[in-house]
Design a protein around this ligand. Structure first.
Ligand code: MN
Length: 441
């Protein structure tokens, strides 16, 4: 099930794009993530691109240059389109063929260096769009630490509901308002009903929060009525990105019973432009663990490969940049650091669970992992948790304090993978900024 290591993962590979070789870049030649881009401020067509160092390899230009043959040429033609859905639908043989061809073209010593060089643009000169048309978006809840931390705020005696250890819990979210890094979002307005109140008021949210999550992009789908087996599930997944599930906690508290999140989550979700492929993540796989005292996964969520390598070691970071920090040219302040190995369920289990009913996934569908909090105070991956429901404000380096987000605040998500014997790879970032609410009148 898990992708085997191959020549594209070789940690000793170097690119003739020298910025890819500094050891700190998110985008060495071993990564090769996909995005959709165009020149910033232009009316050019969006097209697929691959990150290498501080450059973007323009796949439409590369296709036109005619340097690729066979499966890689077909894959490049699909990946050069204004959205990646057709490329995602081609499946892992095509994804792998293009990755291998790009790795060979970008290596030191490649005979085609000059021709490929002509297909590069600086990342600082481009803008991105959401990389695929997202038909459906599902947000999971797979950190047991987040589920427990949040549950404690509402139910101190019974924080974790009895279904949690059996069911990969999720809700169906809103795809239309998913936007790409760099966006500004208006503070949402909604119904809020404070403690002890019986009549709600309509007002801008005062408890606006982020959630540090990973996004999981479905590549190949399944026909309705046919489930995806857990052992086969990863072959259906194209790759991962960063995902900030903005959340209006005061709206959520009033509306969430009995059917779950609705307007508290539908006003915006910000993702990183780059999709790191499952193949690029192959060196960073880790065993899945489940305490012997916990219920073991039911049969449709269980397979040898889940236990061997179902988890992925991805370090996750969230930073806050206030208006005051921007004005003083101070760097953003780290708020929390966590890791995707904290997930109680694997990517393959999420896919298998989603389709056990026969629900059909489609190329370009997106899952959120759920807020990926870890077991420590430093790994609480939302303000709701970091401030204990708004009761313990955070003091920032500027002397400012925060319980929830203020207008002008920007939230930055980052992630990377690091391991001895492998090249460090990263996800770039998801940057989103909150601007004042639009008046209802
Ligand atoms: Mn979420």
């Amino acid at each position: 099930m898990t992708i085997a290591l191959n020549e594209t993962h070789d940690a000793s590979l170097r690119s003739w794009v020298t910025s890819a070789n500094d050891g700190n870049t998110d985008f060495p030649i071993q990564n090769l993530p996909f995005a959709v881009f165009r020149r910033a401020g232009s009316s050019e067509a969006f097209r697929g691109g691959v990150a290498i160092g501080d450059q973007v390899l323009d796949l439409a230009a590369l296709r036109a240059a005619g340097l690729l043959t066979g499966d890689a040429a077909g894959a490049c033609a699909a990946a050069a389109k204004p959205s990646l859905n057709d490329f995602m639908a081609m499946g892992s043989t095509a994804w792998s063929a293009l990755r291998l061809a790009l790795s060979r073209l970008l290596r030191v010593g490649a005979a085609q260096e000059a021709s490929v060089q002509a297909c590069l643009l600086a990342q600082r000169d481009v803008e991105y769009s959401v990389p695929a048309k997202i038909g459906d978006y599902t947000d999971f809840f797979t950190s047991i630490h987040h589920a427990t931390n949040v549950g404690k705020l509402f139910r101190p005696d019974n924080p974790l509901l009895p279904n949690y250890k059996w069911v990969p819990i999720a809700y169906h979210g809103r795809a239309s308002s998913i936007g790409v890094s760099g966006e500004s979002l208006h503070r949402p307005v909604g119904q809020v009903c404070g403690a002890g109140q019986t009549v709600p008021v309509v007002q801008p949210s005062r408890r606006l929060d982020f959630e540090l999550e990973l996004g999981i992009w479905i590549g190949t789908g399944n026909a309705q009525g046919k489930r995806i087996k857990v052992a086969d599930a990863e072959a259906h997944v194209f790759g991962l990105c960063l995902l900030n599930d903005w959340s209006a906690r005061d709206v959520q508290a009033w509306e969430y019973q009995p059917l779950g999140p609705f307007l508290a989550k539908n006003f915006g979700t910000t993702i990183s432009p780059w999709i790191v492929t499952m193949e690029a993540l192959a060196p960073f796989r880790a065993p899945f663990t489940r305490a012997a005292s916990d219920p073991q996964p039911l049969h449709y969520l269980d397979a040898p490969a889940v236990w061997q390598s179902g988890s992925i070691d991805i370090q996750l970071d969230v930073l806050l940049e206030t208006e005051k920090m921007r004005a003083a040219k101070q760097s953003a302040q780290p708020l929390a650091r966590s890791n995707f190995v904290e997930s109680y369920w694997t990517v393959s289990q999420m896919v298998a669970h989603h389709t056990v009913t026969g629900c059909n996934l489609q190329p370009g569908d997106l899952f959120g992992s759920g807020t990926m909090s870890g077991p420590t105070d430093e790994s609480r991956a939302s303000l709701l948790e970091l401030t204990v429901g708004g009761k313990e404000p955070i003091t920032l380096a500027t002397g400012e304090t925060r319980t929830f987000l203020e207008d002008g605040d920007a939230v930055i998500l980052r992630a990377h993978c690091e391991k001895v014997g492998a090249a460090r790879i990263g996800f770039g970032e998801s940057y989103g900024r909150i601007v004042p609410a639009i008046d209802l009148t």
